[in-house]
Design a protein around this ligand. Structure first.
Ligand SMILES: Cc1ncc(COP(=O)(O)O)c(C=O)c1O
Length: 410
């Protein structure tokens, strides 16, 4: 267990000891070592508030929707309050929030619905930087004659080549599918994958002025589900594939079949956990949205401290090649997730060595297939990925660095 650290400015503190107490799984031991969960980008750990919400759903609200009896009414209320929580999370209205199995399934369903309105020769822009779940659903529309244009990355810092983005967008572009933090492209629909961003930064669909944005609660301390923000007029304009008796009213018409309602209860609790963190950082915050904003600000500052420590440490290990921005002055442009290779070692070999010491990291391409191919690491096992979120500690970073040094010296 790491030393509790208080990070803060004059009146805002980040209480890592309190944070870690909320996550029961962080107490796990592996071969006598405390588990270090540096695997967050593939799914974060869950606070007890989320576990309690799922359990309470089963105890008192377990029924299908819109029945004339107590548990069904409670179920409807659970869904209503989860939509309200996600509306605060996205900064939108409740009726612009759609729940689904995961981001991939939601994106395939949305792409099929949008595809109904497209014709041969219409263009969609995707990127080399994105997860394949923001590529393959759009590429599937090639069957209809839709043309897919792919924006390149700048190899030096693995950021999107914005000049190439401008070149690829034309009057024929109907949709641009990108990761978080990109400007609206005039005339085309803007679809944003915020799955990776959501545990690290406050999402604001209003300031992005995007048409659609997706993220997955299991990456931001919630259960295994996906959520979609859709601008109301867009959700109403497109027609999802659905069964005839189900409502035509949005957002429910986008939610095919019975939802995993117990996990929807958990989503609201995940948002409330982040808000609670914000209130602990600054008790004067008023609304849930303000509390979320405060939590993310504090978490970003804390995570950036861990990231700086990690990058500085990796720079002292011979043979480490990092991908992405490593210049501390530009850390606001990136999250605290770092991918690297170590000499000619296969990333699985390193992840296994670390795993035996209780340090959980991921190896491979993480479905960012375009990028893995573009960086020429696909045929060599991809990269090793370390994900730092706000429940990780400086001790864990140091343990990782120590183990990597030991690995490199063998
Ligand atoms: C950036 C990004 N986009 C999309 C996805 C797919 O999300 P889901 O597992 O919810 O389908 C992932 C999952 O790893 C991801 O990291």
């Amino acid at each position: 267990m790491s030393t509790p650290v208080m990070h803060g400015t004059a009146n805002k503190t980040f209480d890592i000891a309190w944070v870690r107490e909320q996550f029961p799984s962080l107490k796990l031991q592996v071969n006598g070592h405390a588990a270090a969960f540096l695997d967050g980008p593939a799914g974060t750990q869950v606070p007890k508030q989320v576990m309690d919400a799922v359990q309470n759903y089963f105890v008192g609200a377990n029924a299908n929707t819109y029945g004339a009896f107590l548990t069904s009414r409670r179920n409807d209320e659970t869904i209503r309050s989860a939509r309200a929580a996600m509306a605060d999370f996205f900064n939108c209205d409740s009726n612009e929030v759609v729940f689904g199995q995961n981001m991939t399934t939601i994106t395939f369903a949305l792409a099929r619905a949008i595809g109904r309105e497209l014709k041969a020769g219409d263009e969609i822009v995707v990127t080399t930087l994105d997860h394949d779940a923001n590529v393959a659903p759009w590429r599937a529309l090639e069957e209809k004659g839709v043309v897919i244009r792919q924006v390149d990355v700048r190899e030096g810092d693995c950021t999107l080549d914005l000049d190439d983005l401008k070149r690829k967008i034309s009057a024929k572009t109907k949709l641009v599918a990108v990761g978080y933090k990109l400007a609206h492209a005039a005339g085309a629909l803007m679809f944003i994958d915020a799955v990776h961003y959501a545990p690290h930064g406050l999402i604001d669909v209003k300031s992005l002025d995007c048409d659609f944005l997706v993220c997955s609660p299991y990456k931001f301390f919630g259960p295994h589900m996906g959520t979609l923000y859709g601008k109301r007029e867009r959700l109403e304009k497109f027609n999802p594939y659905k069964v005839r008796p189900a409502t035509n009213t949005s957002p429910e018409c986008w939610e095919t079949g019975t939802q995993v309602q117990e996990l929807i209860a958990g989503i609201a609790a995940a948002v409330d956990y982040i808000a609670e963190l914000g209130r602990r950082c600054d008790p004067s915050v008023k609304s849930r949205r303000e509390a979320l904003q405060t939590a993310y600000r504090a978490a970003h500052q804390y995570e950036t401290g861990l990231l700086s420590r990690l990058i500085a440490g990796l720079q002292t290990i011979p043979g480490v090649k990092m991908f992405g921005i490593t210049d501390a002055k530009r850390f606001d442009e990136r999250c605290a997730t770092l991918s690297f290779r170590l000499g000619g070692h296969h990333p699985t070999e390193i992840a296994t060595f670390l795993g035996e010491r209780g340090i959980f990291t991921w190896d491979g391409n993480f479905y960012a297939l375009n990028l893995s191919q573009r960086l020429d690491v696909e045929q060599h096992g991809g990269v090793l990925r370390v994900g730092l979120v706000h429940y990780n500690t400086a001790d864990e970073v140091d343990r990782l660095l120590g183990a990597l040094r030991e690995f490199a010296a063998r």
